[in-house]
Design a protein. Structure first.
Length: 94
């Protein structure tokens, strides 16, 4: 794995995971790492958007528009979530 993710990185769902939806929650199991996580509503929304590769900046911009949130706060939150998912092998930098 590379260093910390940046807004310029292009990411997508990892290839070695299992995911299922329970209501509005997405639950992901990393096959390689043997860990799982459950995502809240916004995390699940982000996960669904990663079915196709996109830059983190593009993802952030969509979320800022849709959630009408603070750009810097959303940037930090998205980078935190995606960095955690990347460390667990649930998303890939492509």
């Amino acid at each position: 794995m590379s260093d910390a993710l940046t807004l310029k990185d292009r990411v997508a769902r990892g290839q070695k995971h299992l995911a299922t939806e329970a209501g509005d929650t997405v639950i992901i199991l990393s096959v390689d790492h043997g860990v799982y996580c459950g995502l809240d509503d916004i995390g699940s929304d982000i996960w669904r958007r990663l079915d196709q590769p996109m830059t983190i900046a593009d993802l952030r911009d969509v979320l800022v528009t849709e959630y009408r949130g603070d750009r810097e706060e959303i940037s930090a939150d998205v980078l935190d979530l995606l960095s955690s998912l990347h460390a667990q092998g649930m998303i890939d930098v492509v």
